[in-house]
Ligand binder design. Structure first.
Ligand code: OGA
Ligand code: MN
Length: 294
């Protein structure tokens, strides 16, 4: 296993010398998991995975998450419902116009979030593969939620230690003025609660679990809870805690949604950008679930 690992900053590492299109040995799977425990984001450059290879790679790391495709049953660009279409491209292959409903999803991805934190089980690893990148913009940024906890002033740590946040799938859409949902659609993905402070069962490090899907703090008024969540997210995403990834075609970037938040950055929606994401579900033992329980 002659992998070449280059740390990228406050979090993240570049991993060279591995072909993710081939099956990994069990030792290689554990190595990926251990690197994720340390770095939380891994960049694998120069991969060229077809859909089957991307699915096969992801399946080695856990059961696959369907995210919002649990609800959307419409036409899909990929052969697998488990592959999320992170692009501004319509099913017919043309670039979507700015007022296409698909674009609001792209914009929502530009708010700091953890994938699928609005459901239980939530997402563990996301694996995003770049197929077409725009000439300018469209970076993805990552912030480390373990660093967020460790750097939080003690008085704040005490203040938030036993609080839980409510995470709701459509909250980020509402913030962007995308409110045209029926009552049935609003209720189709019931909100879930997650403790604000968690212990990562793999590394033992504490995590400040925030992000834009968190829209209420249990037991607090809406106003005070939202302000607290905004303050915590601002703390978590300070520049010194962020790795900004500039994409090249063929990159596969993998992140841990339980220890990081991420956001896309601006690009011109008239330019084509095509990414394909596979995501695993978090699997927790009952002992671990007790640590996380609200
Ligand atoms: C995602 C996501 C951001 C981006 O794929 O989950 O948030 O830059 N992507 O495309
Ligand atoms: Mn995302």
């Amino acid at each position: 296993m002659d992998w070449h690992i280059t740390p990228l900053g406050p979090l993240g590492a570049r991993v060279e010398g591995v072909n993710l299109g081939l099956p990994l040995t069990p030792a290689e799977v554990s190595r990926v998991e251990q690197l994720m425990d340390t770095y939380a984001v891994l960049v694998f450059p120069h991969q060229s995975l077809d859909q089957h290879q991307q699915i096969a790679f992801a399946r080695q790391l856990g059961p696959l998450d369907l995210g919002l495709r649990k609800l959307k049953r419409g036409p899909h660009r990929f052969e697998y419902a488990e592959l999320a279409d992170i692009s501004n491209v319509k099913v017919d292959g043309s670039v979507a116009s700015r007022d296409d409903p698909k674009i609001v999803g792209n914009v929502a991805n530009q708010l700091w979030h953890s994938d699928s934190s609005f459901q239980r089980p939530r997402a563990k690893y996301s694996m995003l593969h770049a197929l077409v990148v725009p000439p300018e913009g469209g970076n993805t940024e990552f912030a480390d939620l373990r660093l967020a906890w460790e750097s939080l002033p003690e008085a704040w740590q005490r203040r938030v230690q036993h609080l839980s946040a409510v995470h709701y799938a459509l909250y980020s859409r509402f913030l962007l003025g995308d409110t045209g949902y029926t009552e049935a659609q609003r209720e189709a993905i019931p909100a879930v609660q997650w403790p604000l402070v968690q212990t990562d069962p793999r590394s033992g490090r504490k995590v400040l679990f925030v992000g834009i899907h968190a829209c209420e703090v249990a037991g607090m008024t809406l106003a005070e809870g939202r302000m607290l969540l905004a303050d915590l997210l601002e703390h978590a995403t300070q520049r010194a805690h962020v790795y900004a990834h500039r994409w090249s075609v063929g990159d596969l970037v993998m992140w841990d949604n339980t220890t990081t938040v991420h956001r896309g950055r601006w690009y011109d929606f008239a330019q084509r950008r095509e990414m394909r994401r596979a995501t695993t579900e978090e699997v927790v033992t009952s002992a671990e679930a007790a640590l996380q329980a609200p």
